[in-house]
Design a protein around this ligand. Structure first.
Ligand code: DQA
Length: 155
């Protein structure tokens, strides 16, 4: 909780997950692990509560829906954690949407995209984010949360 212009203000972080992330836990568990998106949400809500933060979750398989949510982020939240999933490697629209907003955005990948197929080595979105965390599984979202908390507290 931060004190801003006379009022205590609860910080809000939007967590966006892209295509096929609804299948987490069943999908290629050797790469993405056996925990589900619901497990991730439960864990993040717990650490957020401890810090007096609110986390909001959005998962979509549709590029335009992700662009819409990013476009609203300036007015609705203080920061964004995004795993654009396959759109990381293809979406100029999501890159532009991140570039267009003023709240900090951290990109997360469960797997280490640098050690996978060549086409996953390029992220169109990472260069317009505050930073990228990859290769640590679900803990990566927690790392992103802590990085954003630190940034917002010291802003
Ligand atoms: C991913 C990596 C992407 O290359 C892939 O398309 C995904 C998941 C990850 O979290 O490791 O769907 O973003």
């Amino acid at each position: 909780m931060l004190y801003k212009t006379g009022v205590y203000y609860e910080m809000k972080i939007l967590v966006i997950n892209g295509p096929n992330m609804q299948l987490l836990g069943q999908r290629e568990p050797d790469i993405y692990g056996s925990k589900s998106l619901a497990d991730l949400e439960t864990r993040l809500v717990k650490i957020a509560k401890e810090a007096d933060y609110e986390v909001i979750f959005f998962q979509s398989n549709h590029e335009g829906d992700i662009v819409d949510h990013l476009g609203m982020a300036d007015k609705t939240v203080d920061a964004v954690i995004i795993n654009p999933a396959a759109y990381t490697h293809t979406s100029v629209a999501i890159r532009d949407a991140i570039k267009a907003i003023n709240v900090p955005v951290v990109e997360v990948h469960l797997s280490n995209i640098a050690e996978r197929e060549e086409f996953r080595h390029t992220s169109l979105t990472a260069p317009v984010c505050m930073g990228q965390i990859c290769g640590f599984g679900l803990i990566g979202y927690e790392m992103a949360f802590n990085a954003l908390k630190d940034f917002l507290t010291n802003k």
